[in-house]
Design a binder for this molecule. Structure first.
Ligand SMILES: Nc1ncnc2c1ncn2[C@@H]1O[C@H](COP(=O)(O)OP(=O)(O)OP(=O)(O)O)[C@@H](O)[C@H]1O
Ligand SMILES: [Mg+2]
Length: 499
């Protein structure tokens, strides 16, 4: 990292109707530096980045690039100043190809008028190859996995040869391998004197990749630390404004009553001979690498995807679950992995999003009035500590982490007996994570059975009664809580299994 200052954002202020998102935030970025931006959900991180990227106009403050005050009024302006942003929400166009997405708005032209598709595909292929990605340029974005889409997004941002690169939670759906790959590229960019602003809720990543860390809380600048001379406790205290005790809350019982049993399930694709059972009042962790088949398995159980053979038993009786409606009627809830795509109604209000499922199917016979809807909304906004100015706020305007809490809140409102959570704390800040753990603990105490898919091993180890490990569509181990280690889980997760 050099001493040369690439970018200064000074005293930035931004107000939305009813929300003062940024009060007075400053940030300095040096050439060759990875500067992490840390703060709770709703602290204002993405807003600051969107101001830099030309998406939002600031209300006050100045942006200085290479010592000159600049005005960034559009995405185009930002690009002109060498700023490239990977936003938290994927912004790729689903029904266009990978190549079209990478070169959107700057397509190579033939005879100055027509898009030169051949050149575009060739260029894209070179780019994808140089990153050793197994993605074809002509593939449609909608056909890629979320992790692949995120990689395309990253490559697109890198392809601008930016001087200032911003990454808003780039790793939230990447596997370990992809994260390593991303970090390798970040290190190369550092050498080339690119300045990088990096947002992530994964504290462990900051140690690996960040030189300095700026913390903001409730739209206010709290401070900037050198990564080398600070630690998690100090950063968390800066973020949440208090010490966080009892991070993982768990009271373990002795669950023995089987509520769910899955026998020899196969889907004809990935899943092979999957058998496990779930007890009332336990948290059953599901560990494995991305692509191991955990989400696919849960989709079969929840009736989203069909399975070829095998059996599902609920409380000892064979159950037929042909669609999510039937699953929900039987007391099962699934909080999916990609909440944005599968679960959120971004143009609707917080109230609508929290109550939609609960009201639709569950409150039979009762006349549901506005007051009851408000009561349910209040209960879960409080329980999940969702940061929103009113219940009428459009969900798309909440911060990323708070959108996730809305989806989890909605499923809790259905009062399920079996709750399946797919990566429940992804993108959620430390304070909210602790809240979610406490809620999970209360639910199991009340007798709910929870399945938790998670790629965060510390979370799996500290929260689970037992841990099922999957690899290649098979269950490779079912481990008791006692003696669990990351190494043990990884050993079974990487076990190669052939049919
Ligand atoms: N377009 C908008 N309209 C109204 N309010 C908004 C809008 N965008 C953001 N906000 C509000 O501004 C505040 C800051 O949000 P921001 O998205 O910057 O948070 P964040 O720090 O990125 O959080 P997360 O970690 O959850 O992504 C939040 O209270 C959010 O609800
Ligand atoms: Mg954000």
């Amino acid at each position: 990292m050099s001493e040369q200052i690439l970018l200064e954002m000074n005293h930035i202020r931004k107000e939305f109707p009813g929300v003062l998102a940024l009060k007075d935030v400053s940030l300095q970025l040096r050439a060759g530096e990875v500067h992490a931006l840390l703060g709770e959900n709703g602290a204002g991180k993405s807003t600051l980045i969107k101001i830099l990227g030309g998406i939002y106009a600031r209300d006050a403050g100045e942006i200085v690039i290479d010592g000159k005050v600049v005005h960034i009024d559009s995405v185009h302006d930002a690009q002109k100043y060498g700023i490239s942003v990977i936003h938290q929400e994927l912004v790729l166009v689903p029904h266009m190809t990978v190549a079209e997405n990478i070169y959107l708005g700057r397509e190579p032209l033939k005879s100055g008028r027509f898009v030169d598709f051949k050149k575009m595909h060739d260029d894209a292929k070179k780019l994808l190859d140089s990153f050793e990605l197994d993605i074809r340029p002509e593939e449609e974005i909608s056909e890629l996995t979320i992790a692949q889409q995120q990689m395309v997004e990253i490559i697109k941002a890198l392809s601008f040869n930016a001087k200032i690169l911003v990454m808003d939670e780039p790793t939230s759906s990447l596997s370990e391998k992809d994260v390593d790959f991303l970090f390798e590229n970040i290190r190369k960019l550092k050498k080339a004197q690119v300045g990088i602003i990096y947002i992530s809720h994964r504290m462990s990543e900051l140690k690996q990749i960040a030189d300095r860390i700026t913390v903001i809380r409730d739209g206010e600048y709290i401070g900037t630390k050198d990564t080398k001379t600070t630690d998690n406790d100090e950063l968390i205290a800066m973020m949440v404004g208090r010490q966080l005790t009892n991070y993982y809350t768990r009271t373990f019982g002795n669950p023995t009553e089987k509520v769910l049993e899955v026998k020899n399930l196969r889907d004809g694709k990935l899943l092979k001979d999957v058998s496990f059972h779930l007890f009332k009042g336990e948290i059953l962790g599901f560990a494995g690498l991305v692509g191991a088949g955990r989400s696919e398995l849960m989709k079969c159980i929840f009736g989203i995807d069909p399975f070829q053979s095998g059996e599902i038993l609920l409380n000892g009786n064979p159950a037929i679950i042909r669609n999510p409606d039937e699953a929900m009627k039987k007391g099962i809830a699934l909080v999916p992995e990609s909440r944005k795509l599968e679960a959120l109604f971004p143009d609707q209000t917080v109230k609508y999003n929290i109550t939609i499922k609960a009201l639709g199917e569950f409150i039979h016979g009762i006349h549901v009035n506005n007051a009851q809807e408000t009561k349910i909304t209040r209960e879960y906004v409080d329980k999940m500590a969702i940061k929103t100015p009113t219940y009428q706020q459009v969900v798309g305007n909440l911060s990323g982490g708070n959108q996730q809490k809305v989806v989890i809140g909605r499923w809790l409102a259905t009062k399920p007996k079996i709750l399946i959570l797919d990566e429940p704390t992804r993108g959620v800040d430390v304070g909210a994570k602790a809240e979610i753990y406490a809620i999970m603990n209360n639910l199991v105490k009340e007798g709910v059975a929870i399945i938790m898919i998670s790629s965060e091993l510390p979370e799996v180890i500290n929260m689970s009664d037992r841990v099922v490990v999957m690899s290649n569509g098979r269950i490779t181990a079912c481990l008791p809580r006692e003696g669990l280690t990351q190494e043990k889980i990884m050993h079974h997760a990487t076990q190669f299994v052939t049919t």
